[in-house]
Design a protein around this ligand. Structure first.
Ligand SMILES: NC(=O)C1=CN([C@@H]2O[C@H](COP(=O)(O)OP(=O)(O)OC[C@H]3O[C@@H](n4cnc5c(N)ncnc54)[C@H](O)[C@@H]3O)[C@@H](O)[C@H]2O)[C@@H](O)CC1
Ligand SMILES: Nc1ncnc2c1ncn2[C@@H]1O[C@H](COP(=O)(O)OP(=O)(O)O)[C@@H](O)[C@H]1O
Ligand SMILES: [K+]
Length: 497
């Protein structure tokens, strides 16, 4: 697992470490690691043209010392200084090694060395950055974006909020981010993650001072260790029986995709309950489904019966009868995943009794909203949810006391009492109708196999994201393509051990 810590925790750990080592040690370690990564990106250091964008704080200091290191090895290093302060010792070191420094003004915008650079180092702001970039930082970020050279961000791309990944206005877009001591949450979560490029962690000796992480990002090997392994003696009940209450006579596709997602994830049995037309459609597409007619409008027995887990909601409807169905499902002691229409039913005054029941559940419970659904659930603004996904997923987790998987450009999973998980797989190709239905089926299959909600969500989101990439080798996909690729994604994930 890669782990990330918030700014306040990093600051505390750094102070504790600094008290034990000679002055300047941490910055020297950081700058040495940064210079080494810069050197790796250059065909050769001697003669390379390196431009440093230098802010007034220690982030600028790191860039200046790394620049001094490169200048001492024969690079032509030019620092553009921005903001009010300057890390004086860093600037002295750079000049002593033959580098140049110059204060940046807007008038210079056309004649900077940026366009001729072989490498640009973004040392404008690190974990001390607050809010959108002010001038002249914003202009420099824009100039760097338009220059052809690769950009290396120091600690994090300037303009990205270290704790949330939020970007307001301009932010540097890095090809590589060299981060120090531990990852910062904003490097893992969009829109920040999208600005970070490849992330390289430099060990500055901080680990012993760090508490548990705020955030984790599973690696293939972590997923491999979680995936259920079915031995020779397994049978369909041990693999899990998933009851699916997704789709309706009106939205039959949701049922087909959700059932397909579960079957292709390797569940032992899917039981499906729904109206005549949707049952027909499910059976014609997936004859292995055990289906029964169930009309939420009239049936009194809406309970899920003998299953290992239930998925409910997508395309199911938001009528009072659907509320009754959700109520019976939540009343059971089975693991339950609630998606889409099921989430809508939890909102407003009408949803109060359901929400209360949800909060009281002791069995594994998982909500899988996208940003719009989470915004409705929590009476928040959708744009705000997208800008600060971690905070909003955690708020929903705390409100309902259950696991929340927030879908979107970065999928995050918030679970009570554990670090938030950031899913490392996925692609914008997934932003197409019906892919969420496949996800709920896949996660439901893992729940049915006995994985706890957090682990089921991690495995489901991971293989779903990989399936999107594997399905057509990076070409556009539809939700149905995911179904074919899910088994490959699972096979690949098992191999990572
Ligand atoms: N503290 C330590 O021991 C270490 C810190 N290191 C570096 O130090 C960095 C943190 O340094 P600082 O605390 O000095 O903070 P920064 O260098 O990140 O930034 C602080 C400066 O930026 C200005 N600023 C903040 N938000 C701004 C905005 N939106 N637009 C324009 N200017 C803005 C502030 O007024 C302040 O002058 C880390 O990210 C890392 O790069 C590393 O050297 C490792 C060791
Ligand atoms: N920009 C994006 N980048 C990566 N994944 C995305 C993006 N947008 C959406 N997704 C993923 O696509 C799926 C869409 O699910 P959802 O919004 O429920 O759609 P639907 O209801 O049509 O099935 C989710 O798994 C989500 O994480
Ligand atoms: K930076």
């Amino acid at each position: 697992m890669l782990s990330a810590h918030t700014v306040s925790v990093v600051r505390e750990a750094e102070s504790a470490l600094m008290a034990r080592v000679p002055d300047g040690t941490l910055m020297r370690r950081a700058a040495t690691g940064l210079a080494a990564e810069c050197a790796r990106l250059l065909p050769r250091v001697y003669g390379a043209r390196v431009v440093l964008l230098v802010g007034g704080g220690d982030n600028g200091g790191d860039a200046l010392y790394a620049g001094a290191n490169l200048a001492a090895r024969g690079a032509s290093v030019h620092a553009l200084l921005a903001g009010r302060g300057l890390h004086q010792d860093g600037a002295i070191a750079l000049r002593a090694a033959g580098g140049r420094t110059r204060w940046f003004t807007d008038a210079m915008a056309d004649e900077t060395d940026l366009f001729d650079a072989d490498l640009i180092v973004d040392g404008l702001l690190g974990i001390g950055g607050r809010g959108g970039l002010r001038e002249p930082h914003a202009t420099l970020a824009l100039l760097a974006a338009n220059a052809p050279a690769p950009v290396v961000a120091v600690d994090l791309p300037s303009g990205v909020d270290a704790d949330t990944g939020e970007v307001s206005g301009h932010a540097v877009r890095a090809d590589v981010t060299v981060t120090f001591g531990t990852h910062k949450p904003g490097l893992f979560v969009d829109p920040g993650a999208d600005r970070a490029g490849r992330i390289h962690l430099v060990d500055i000796g901080l680990a012993p001072e760090l508490p548990g992480p705020a955030l984790v990002r599973p690696q293939p090997v972590d997923i491999a260790s979680l995936l259920p392994v079915h031995g020779a003696e397994t049978d369909k009940y041990r693999r899990g029986v998933l009851e699916i209450r997704a789709g309706s006579d009106r939205y039959r596709g949701a049922a087909v995709l959700c059932v397909g997602g579960a079957l292709r994830t390797g569940v032992g049995m899917v039981r499906y309950g729904g109206g005549l037309r949707v049952v027909d459609q499910v059976l014609s597409q997936w004859p292995e489904t055990v289906a029964r007619l169930l009309d939420p409008q009239s049936s009194t027995d809406l309970s899920p019966g003998r299953a290992s887990a239930v998925v409910i909601g997508s395309g199911r409807g938001t009528h009072p009868a659907n509320s009754d169905e959700l109520y019976s499902v939540l009343e059971s002691d089975l693991p339950v995943l609630v998606d889409a229409d099921g989430l809508t039913l939890l909102t407003g005054d009408g949803g109060a009794a359901l929400a209360e029941l949800l909060c009281e559940r002791t069995a594994h419970t998982l909500l899988t909203p996208h940003a719009g659904e989470l915004a409705r659930l929590m009476e928040a603004d959708r744009g705000d949810v997208e800008a600060r996904r971690l905070e909003h997923a955690a708020r929903a987790r705390d409100r309902f006391g259950c696991t929340v998987l927030l879908k979107g450009s970065t999928t995050v999973i918030a679970h009570p009492g554990a670090p938030v998980v950031v899913n490392p797989t996925g692609t914008p190709l997934l932003a197409t109708a019906g892919t969420g239905d496949v996800l709920s089926g896949a996660v439901g299959a893992f729940l049915a196999s006995g994985l706890p909600a957090r682990e089921a969500a991690m495995c489901g989101a991971y293989v779903h994201g990989r399936a999107a990439t594997l399905a057509r080798g990076g070409a556009p996909i539809s939700a149905s393509d995911l179904l074919d690729a899910l088994p490959l994604a699972i096979q690949e994930a098992h191999r990572a051990v």
